[in-house]
Every structure is written in structure tokens, then in C-alpha cells.
Design a binder for this molecule. Structure first.
Ligand SMILES: C[S@@+](CC[C@H](N)C(=O)[O-])C[C@H]1O[C@@H](n2cnc3c(N)ncnc32)[C@H](O)[C@@H]1O
Length: 407
């Protein structure tokens, strides 16, 4: 394991050079395997990180017991991978859905809660029926949250989810209820988001039962491992530009030595907050199922603003958050980001200028691999369903890894 203390700015205390470590990071960044392992598949958060890349960055740029921060954590890949490596991790996102998912992925259940979730999956889920009177589930069919679920393919799934949400209320604790909600969320995503076919009730029930058991197994093994390694997490739901005002990051001892993150992407529209039914009708159903507040439209989650040009708004808001990150990161820390651009030649220089103004200097070491003179790690995005791609614009699929240190 490398310690992050550099030797004359070129190497690590265990003898590894910075170039070698960046090479390992590059290998991780090229990972094209579907996301898997631990609790990662509790939900398919859009534009999520490769756990292999995240693991490489955590292992080489931090040590057990040190603090890792992901200010835009999304589905919590960094949080999960930090916990199993015994790091103290702070995860933040202004999307309440991201906070919900990451909490469920990282909150252990006790034996009673596990048994209650198993009973729910084995006894109640197989009995879900459409014969449940509408009146009986009316309170669970929030009109706003179920928008666009009247479409033919979605109507019955909506009813099945309404029935599921009613049964969840009988689980004994908030943690057990949130866990079951997350199982419904995952199966709801499978049944509704971009699925071009009708889902019969029997398939929905079968999938929900199997998914709940898989998730329980994953959570039990994850929790045991985290306990053994001594990892701990704080999960927050704030605008990242206010991070420096939070007491958990405020004093010298709680400053992160590694900020590992992927921010919203300039010019690339990712639907963090909607599912698409029948290919194009957007629904806020994930918030309805998770019981979270969905305050805002797409601009809210992507550094956008209706009153400003998209690019100006993006770089203005991005700079505010980068300055807040600079105020909390340790002076000897690292910031590693994966950022995607749809016009890298215009946007990358602006992004790097923001980093400089915020108080960071880029770390680059010669050419990282023999086949390229490019001293940054680039990759084409594998298997991602992005809004931009659905609109026929595939330029957004270029990602770069940026390594910075406080200047
Ligand atoms: C590219 S995603 C992160 C995905 C994450 N790396 C994962 O593995 O799932 C970017 C995230 O930034 C969040 N975000 C956007 N603006 C934000 C802000 N001002 N403060 C905090 N989070 C923000 C979005 O809600 C979204 O979840």
C-alpha cells in the first residue's frame, strides 16, 4: 500500500513512483466490466464510477484511517469502496435520491431487521395482487410522483409498486423499510426505465423476491467486511459549494486527504433524476418510491441555470464548489476526478482554469502509456445510457481523469 506522502514530489514513501501509480490508475480507468460487487448494484445510478478505478485511487492515494471525500457522490461508489478499505469517508450530493441510495447501501441491518426483510420477500411479495382495491393503495399513489405512469406499459407496474409500498409500512424499523424501498426502487427501475416491454405481475414479484435476497446477502457480507476494516461514513445532502461550512469537515483533524469524485459534466446531459418510460416519457417515480423530495428540474442537478448560457452557468457553479473543496482538503492532499466533456477542446481548458483559480495545480507525468503522447488518462465511456446519447449526440462519451494537488 502506498502512502500519499510524496518524495520530492515524484514518488511515494514505499518506493513507488508517481508515474507508476498514475499508470495503475489508468488501468483502473480503462475498466469496462459492468459495475458489480459489494452493494454497488442496489441501484443503477446514471454515470456511475467503475469500482475498479475507484479502488485503485483509494488504495494508492490514501491510507486506512484517513479521510476520503466525494462531494458529488451519486450512487455512492466511492463511499462503498472507501468503507471496505477502512477509510473514514464523507459522501455528499444535493440529490436526495443519491443520499437515500448511498445510505441504504452502507447501513447494516441487525438480525431482527434481516429476518423481517426476508419474511417480507417470502411471505408478502408473492401474494401481491392487482385485486387490491384502489382505495386501499390510494395513499401510496402520489399523483405528482407517478407522472407518466399511466402509459400502457407502466400502468400495471405502478399499481404493483403501490401495493409493495403499502406492505413496506409493516416492516419494524426505518432501516428495514428503507432497505425494502430500495429493493422496490431497483426492480422498478428494471421494469420501467427504458424497458421496451410490458412486465407481468408474476415477473415483478419474482424479481422483487430474488432481488431482496441478493441485496440482503450483499449487505451482510459488506457490513462484516467494513466492521473488520474499521471504516466509517458520513452521508450528507448539501450543495457542494457549502461544504466548508459543515462542522464535520470544518476543523483541521477532519480535513480529507483525498477528494475522489466525478462532478456533473459540462455539455453532457445526464438524467440523474428521472426514468424514461417508453423511451421518452420522463417520470419522477424514483423519488416517489424512495420517499425523497425531488425539488427541481434537470438544471438543478447539472450546474445549469435557466437565466444563463449553459456553459457560463456550468463553469460559474463549478468554480464555487471547487473553491469550497479547496477550503476543506488538506494542503498535502490529492484531488482525483473523472470528468466527461462533449467538446473537450473548449471545455477542458476552462475546467482546468477553474481548478487553477480555485487553488489547485495539476499533477501530470510524461506520457502514461507507450501508445499515446497524451499525458492525461482518457477513455471512451462504455455501456452508458446518457440523455445526450438518446438524443443522438454521442460526443459526450469522452472522459478524462484529472489529478490535482492544492497549490
Ligand atoms: C457524475 S454524478 C456522480 C456519480 C458517482 N460518481 C457514482 O459513482 O454514482 C454527479 C453528481 O453530482 C451531483 N450534483 C450536481 N450538482 C451538485 C452540487 N452543487 N452539489 C453536490 N452535488 C451535486 C448530481 O446530483 C450527481 O449525483
Amino acid at each position: 500500500m502506498s502512502s500519499p506522502s510524496e518524495d520530492q514530489g515524484l514518488g511515494f514513501s514505499d518506493g513507488t513512483t508517481l508515474a507508476e501509480v498514475l499508470g495503475l490508475l489508468a488501468e483502473g480507468a480503462q475498466d469496462e466490466e459492468p459495475v458489480a460487487g459489494w452493494t454497488h448494484n442496489f441501484y443503477r445510478y446514471p454515470a456511475r464510477f467503475s469500482p475498479t478505478f475507484v479502488a485503485a485511487a483509494i488504495e494508492h492515494f490514501s491510507s486506512p484511517g484517513q479521510i476520503v471525500l466525494d462531494p458529488y457522490m451519486g450512487g455512492g461508489t466511492v463511499i462503498v469502496e472507501s468503507l471496505v478499505r477502512g477509510r473514514k469517508v464523507v459522501g455528499n450530493d444535493l440529490n436526495s435520491l443519491a443520499t437515500f441510495i448511498t445510505k441504504v447501501k452502507t447501513t447494516p441491518l441487525d438480525d431482527g431487521e434481516i429476518r423481517a426483510a426476508q419474511r417480507w420477500a417470502d411471505r408478502l411479495v408473492p401474494k401481491f395482487t392487482y385485486r387490491t382495491k384502489r382505495r386501499g393503495i390510494a395513499a401510496y399513489l402520489d399523483a405528482q410522483g407517478t407522472r407518466n405512469l399511466t402509459l400502457p406499459r407502466a400502468r400495471f407496474v405502478k399499481k404493483a409498486i403501490g401495493v409493495a409500498l403499502r406492505t413496506i409500512d409493516h416492516l419494524p424499523t426505518r432501516n428495514a423499510q428503507d432497505f425494502a424501498r430500495c429493493a422496490v426502487l431497483r426492480v422498478g427501475q428494471w421494469a420501467l426505465d427504458g424497458r421496451g416491454q410490458h412486465t407481468p405481475l408474476k415477473d415483478f414479484r419474482k424479481k422483487l423476491q430474488a432481488t431482496t435476497h441478493e441485496m440482503l446477502e450483499a449487505l451482510i457480507s459488506f457490513s462484516k467486511h467494513v466492521k473488520l476494516q474499521g471504516g466509517s461514513a458520513i452521508i450528507l445532502n448539501h450543495d457542494a459549494s457549502t461544504l466548508d461550512q459543515l462542522s464535520c469537515l470544518g476543523d483541521a483533524k477532519s480535513r480529507p486527504s483525498l477528494v475522489l469524485t466525478s462532478p456533473p459534466y459540462p455539455g453532457v446531459h445526464v438524467l440523474y433524476h428521472r426514468w424514461q418510460v417508453d423511451g421518452r416519457h420522463e417520470t419522477p417515480a424514483p423519488y416517489w418510491i424512495a420517499g425523497c423530495v425531488d425539488g427541481q428540474g434537470e438544471a438543478y442537478y447539472t450546474f445549469g441555470c435557466r437565466k444563463q448560457s449553459a456553459a457560463d452557468s456550468y463553469f460559474f457553479k463549478s468554480l464555487r464548489t471547487l473553491k469550497a473543496i479547496r477550503r476543506v482538503i488538506r494542503d498535502d492532499g490529492y484531488m482525483i476526478q473523472m470528468v466527461a466533456f462533449n467538446k473537450p477542446e473548449e471545455q477542458l481548458p476552462r475546467y482546468l482554469e477553474n481548478m487553477r483559480v480555485a487553488g489547485f495545480v495539476e499533477v501530470r507525468v510524461g506520457a502514461l502509456n507507450a501508445s499515446s503522447n497524451e499525458a492525461r488518462i482518457w477513455r471512451r465511456v462504455p455501456r452508458r445510457k446518457w440523455h445526450a446519447e438518446l438524443k443522438g449526440n454521442t460526443n459526450g462519451a469522452n472522459e478524462v481523469v484529472l489529478v490535482h494537488r492544492p497549490s
